[in-house]
Design a protein. Structure first.
Length: 94
């Protein structure tokens, strides 16, 4: 199996904010993750990323809320999307 792009989209949410979502299905797991997906979901406001879910190689699944980096338990792409939009909905400027 080759890597397969499942979703790549950028959604404008207002004049100063957008969400960018990229999800791949890979032939095997990324180092640090126990599943075969590679993802990056980001919510950007005024040029600053304020919410991000990703699983960069070696770090595994985690999320960034403001300056904090927290563990994230990946279940499936649908739950990932739901969890991301829930965090975006809770985000408030500092």
């Amino acid at each position: 199996m080759q890597a397969k792009l499942l979703l790549r989209e950028r959604q404008a949410i207002g004049e100063d904010r957008f969400a960018e979502i990229v999800i791949w299905q890979l032939p095997g797991a990324v180092r640090g993750s126990a599943h075969d997906y590679k993802y990056r979901l980001a919510f950007v406001v005024n040029g600053a990323c304020v919410v991000r879910f990703d699983n960069e190689a070696g770090k595994g699944d985690h999320k960034h809320i403001g300056e904090a980096e927290l563990p994230y338990v990946f279940v499936n792409p649908q739950k990932l999307m739901s969890d991301f939009w829930d965090e975006v909905g809770r985000w408030r400027p500092a």
